[in-house]
Design a protein around this ligand. Structure first.
Ligand SMILES: [Zn+2]
Length: 409
């Protein structure tokens, strides 16, 4: 029944959906505050609230503050009973989260990606995990509002397709119609977004919409991805080549990159470039064979790097400086208020995060104040963000035209 409410695009239902969305964004909230935000007449608002209460889409949840007279009733959305699923597929692992309508994480499961993880096998695993969630938490497809997918770019959103991701271990990951594959298993609404963008959206919500301009950077072992939120919205593809962040040039005469150019950020930060550098400088870890490198997992690589000598440490921390310079360019460009840094070296290698932060601080415009963070949701951010984007997609048809309208997206 809730799904029909979300799918109903009649004018009368639009108003109810707007009100629901406001309660979702600001709840728990009183009638007086809702009138203030919407300019709806009190009698109309009372009728609309009654309708949402009757359908059990919202509920009374205690009393608000009052300086005079009776304390007002607070309203909030009903958080349980309907569910959202977010899936993040990356080179390293696939992570699946189950959220309620308040974006609380109810369950989570992930699996590591290996050379055997072709799209077909990953789909079987995903299907199995989602079916387990449904059984364990007692819900069917009617109660599943949909599935948000966060994947490595570049994407073709219109066709729901992963185009040509760099560096997947298994074969067949080029031109995968991922949305169609998911819908074959679960005929529900599916939205597709780049992992870093989805993560930025999740952190935006986790932060209670405090910072509207966010730069989210994932510096992974195999590449770099950035997510950009401007004024509370994901930066659309037409404003930036979103697959190009890792290949931003930070040194004119720098290392040769896999793309054939010189001095791209990834030619300093990826595992492969670091291993190459260790080799050329005869560091303790400098003689790792290609075969071993191909097979090594993320955990193994990080353990290996941590056991290096002083030279190894210097080379790795130097790569942090290149990352910092590249990110300071993006911060200046997008006027971000907060930068969230995610990645194995950033989380696990002593001094790496601090080195990146120092280098960004040295290179951004002096008057600019930026908040540095490792995020609140960390490894779950992209999957959670995908689920949030799925839910928000149901409200894209709403037209907030009055002057007092509240920007939600
Ligand atoms: Zn490059």
């Amino acid at each position: 029944m809730f799904k029909q409410f979300l799918q109903n695009t009649t004018p009368k239902n639009q108003d109810l959906k707007k009100l629901y969305l406001l309660i979702h964004k600001y709840g728990p909230i009183t009638k007086a505050d809702l009138i203030e935000k919407t300019e709806i007449k009190k009698t109309t608002l009372v009728r609309m609230i009654d309708e949402l209460l009757k359908c059990k889409f919202i509920e009374e949840c205690g009393l608000g503050e009052s300086f005079v007279g009776r304390r007002p009733i607070l309203y909030d959305v009903v958080r349980n009973g309907n569910y959202l699923i977010g899936i993040h597929i990356s080179r390293m692992k696939t992570n699946i989260v189950l959220l309620n309508l308040r974006y609380d994480q109810i369950d989570q499961e992930s699996f590591i990606m290996t050379t055997m993880h072709t799209p077909e096998f990953v789909m079987l695993k995903i299907k199995n995990i989602i079916e387990n969630f449904m059984e364990k938490h007692h819900f069917d497809q009617e109660k599943l509002m949909g599935i948000g997918l966060a994947v490595i770019g570049p994407l073709n959103r219109a066709e729901g397709m992963i185009l040509k991701p760099e560096s997947f271990l298994a074969a067949n990951w080029n031109h995968v119609p991922i949305v169609k594959l998911i819908q074959q298993a679960f005929p529900v609404k599916v939205v597709l977004e780049k992992g870093a963008n989805a993560a930025a959206v999740a952190e935006y919500h986790a932060n209670n919409y405090l910072y509207e301009n966010i730069l989210y950077c994932v510096s992974g072992g195999w590449g770099i991805d950035c997510g950009v939120v401007v004024n509370g919205m994901i930066l659309p593809d037409q404003y930036a080549d979103q697959s190009g962040y890792g290949h931003m040039i930070v040194d004119l005469n720098g290392n040769i990159c896999s793309c054939g150019k010189r001095g791209c950020i990834v030619s300093y930060t990826s595992f492969q470039s670091i291993v190459r550098q260790l080799e050329s400088e005869n560091a303790l870890l400098g003689n790792m064979s290609k075969e071993l490198f191909q097979k090594a997992s993320l955990t193994e690589m990080m353990e290996y790097f941590k056991q290096g000598d002083k030279k190894t440490e210097r080379i790795i921390l130097e790569s942090a400086r290149y990352l910092g310079i590249g990110l300071s360019n993006l911060l200046n460009l997008f006027r971000s208020e907060i930068i969230i840094l995610n990645g194995p070296f950033l989380y696990e290698f002593d001094g790496y995060y601090e080195q990146v932060v120092d280098n960004i601080a040295e290179n951004i415009h002096e008057e600019k104040e930026v908040i540095f963070s490792q995020g609140w949701l960390q490894e779950n951010a992209a999957a959670i963000g995908a689920a949030i984007l799925l839910f928000e997609s149901y409200f894209k048809d709403l037209n907030f035209s009055s002057e007092k309208s509240v920007a939600i997206f």
